[in-house]
Ligand binder design. Sequence first.
Ligand SMILES: [Zn+2]
Ligand SMILES: [Zn+2]
Length: 339
Amino acid sequence: MKRALLSLATTAVFASSALAQSQAEQDRYDALVTHYQSATIVGEPSLSPCTLSENAAGYCLNITVVAAPADHITGPYCPLNISDTAEAGGKWFVDGKVIDVDGEFIANLSEIYQDDIWQMFDPETGDVFVRNNEIGCIVAGDPTNATGQPNNICVDCSLGFIGETVTNTYQIPLSPVPRETSESDIRQGVGLAFNGVKVEGPAPLELILGGHTLGPFDDCGGHINPSEGYHYHGIMDGCGARVAAAIDGHAAQLGVALDGFDLYEQLDQDGTEPADLDACRGHSVAGLGYHYHVSDTATNQILPCLTGQTACTQLNEDGSCDTSPRGGRPGGPPPGADQ
Ligand SMILES: [Zn+2]
Ligand SMILES: [Zn+2]
């Protein structure tokens, strides 16, 4: 009897060690947990087996974070009057450029977009038609315009009105596995910044503009909706934690892509972009391995695609993977606005 028990125990130990993560994966996990101390972590991160998007088996970092930057302010988004300067508003992307959303921009929308329906301010007072405070967040999470908002509103959902209640859970592969198909789904975002902010896919500007609406980004390239919290559509200098690269002269790291490859700033320290980036803006460098460089902010596309298999960006309460795109879209109306 005693011998049988011992044998069982030995078998169990052997089985679990055969399935365990490698030392490299454990080291990767430890390093990521250290880097993500810049975020507001909910509970304790953990390391567990995970199944990747093309069914590869691996090990993942599981981490839940408050969806707000722990290391920079957020907002403002919308100026309140057409006389306001750039300090009163955020940013928008127009014709491949990052534009200040100041009073003058609001005043000139019909000219900028060559469309007379734009009229986002009271012609008598110059006051901008803003949806802010609680209603701003309701509108930001109202992609079908169930609340019947009119055209020509500037949507401003501030952290104070979603509090620290919005959290996101991520699974990040510790040993990235290349995809076999060329298509990657970036609807759930492309990465997680070290400060806990989701690095999002493109904002659907044409849909938002089609409703004569603005959902400006703040000066850090982020904005808020009530389901995803604060998220980036562009990576701006001076916004959030960075980790120096392991080799001299290379761009600094700002987070990790959802396929587990590292995510670096656009430019190396000499101010140039690496010349050998692939279609997903990745390349391999001795000492760093394969990694990405984010796009220029004005492109509204932080990364065009991911080369590796992803795990899960959002877990159900039972720990299972929820692969459905999440609702809630700043930009408010029209239907199918921002994400
Ligand atoms: Zn590089
Ligand atoms: Zn967004």
